[in-house]
Design a protein around this ligand. Structure first.
Ligand code: NAP
Length: 325
């Protein structure tokens, strides 16, 4: 008999057909308590779980006693209680690698659009304000040859360093818990402590996982360590930053600008002061959101789930220790 899976994301017909050859699909809109109540029997017999965006914690797992494999259509897995999954012997699969270049492009886009004030001046042109040759009040600042600080030198951090170093001649600083020799050899990146990075970088880019350790890693004190001319970029997770402290720093002009793809609350409250500031570029969590990459992620997540259910996982497992049990 084919195993059942809960699918909490819309997939293309093509992928649904592929899945149907191996599993029975129970499509649900989300993982909310209401959905859980309505589909209690389906959740109870499901051996697989596939989607993104919902919280997978002990409370949900209590209702899924047959669960063997979970596959998220994302690289970040802060919505998952990894310890609870591991305790129950459930494999957690994710999609690193396929989105790396696209997210690095997003970071670079935020660097360029904040420094050159692309959104702001483009809006002024649309409002008809370009009536004569532009003056300094339209000018941005250079990106090339400026110092880029990367907090989190993983897959995406490396791809960002490559773009910055090879494409824009930028000296690269990085902060991570361990030394990343490849970044140093290939991109001449210099490892430094957080405070040094914050005080020397012209662009501070956040691209590391949200965890208990990184929650509010950037607060008032860290923002105060940045240069008043520096630009802050976050495409990691909103909760790594104390958003109120960021709002204060921008209001008081203690930093130049911010490029933000992620927020403490998503979708962001349309009344947020961040959205009123011309020097903030805010995007709706589009890090990996291109047609090609989202498609590749969905394929990858389906492959990952089927591999885990069939017991032939070779990669992309967050808690590989469950596989040897
Ligand atoms: P990765 O390859 O696992 O890299 C993460 C890096 O963060 C590692 O180099 C790690 O280095 C460093 N790190 C972890 N904890 C740290 C800490 N406490 N202090 C300093 N550095 C720390 O992950 P990735 O593929 O590059 O993705 C990074 C994150 O980007 C994801 O977890 C996700 O949250 C986010 N993301 C966002 C989007 C979006 O749409 N905006 C898309 C994709 C990913 P050490 O082990 O040496 O510390």
């Amino acid at each position: 008999m084919k195993p059942s899976i809960i699918l909490y994301k819309t997939l293309t017909d093509n992928l649904i057909d592929r899945l149907k050859q191996r599993v029975n699909i129970i499509q649900v809109p989300d993982l909310s308590p209401d959905t859980l109540k309505k589909h209690a029997d389906d959740f109870a017999r499901a051996e697989g779980l596939l989607g993104s965006g919902g919280k997978v914690d002990s409370a949900l797992l209590e209702n899924m006693p047959a669960l063997r494999a979970v596959s998220t259509i994302s690289v970040g897995y802060n919505n998952f209680d990894v310890n609870a999954l591991t305790e129950r012997g459930i494999a957690l699969m994710h999609t690193p690698t396929v989105l790396t270049d696209t997210v690095a492009d997003t970071l670079m886009a935020l660097v360029l659009s904040t420094a050159r004030r692309i959104n702001e001046v483009a809006e002024r042109v649309k409002r008809g304000e370009w009536t004569h040759s532009i003056g300094p009040d339209w000018f941005g600042v250079d990106v090339h040859h400026k110092t880029l600080g990367i907090i989190g030198m993983g897959r995406i951090g490396m791809a960002l360093a490559q773009r910055a170093h090879c494409g824009f001649s930028m000296p690269v600083l990085y902060h991570a818990r361990s030394q990343h020799a490849q970044a140093e050899e290939r991109f001449n990146a210099r490892r430094c402590n957080l405070n040094t990075l914050l005080s020397e970088a012209d662009f501070v880019c956040l691209i590391l996982p949200l965890s208990a350790e990184t929650h509010h890693m950037i607060g008032a004190e860290q923002l105060a360590a940045m240069k008043p001319t520096a630009i802050f970029i976050n495409a990691a997770r909103g909760q790594i930053v104390d958003e109120q402290a960021l709002i204060n720093a921008l209001r008081e002009k203690r930093i130049r600008a911010a490029g933000l793809d992620v927020f403490e609350q998503e979708p962001i409250d349309p009344q947020s002061p961040l959205l009123q500031m011309p020097n903030v570029v805010a995007t709706p969590h589009i890090g990996s959101a291109t047609a090609e990459t989202r498609d590749a992620m969905a394929h990858n997540a389906v492959d990952n789930l089927l591999a885990a259910l069939q017991g032939n996982v070779t990669k992309n497992c967050v808690n590989p220790e469950v596989l040897s049990r």
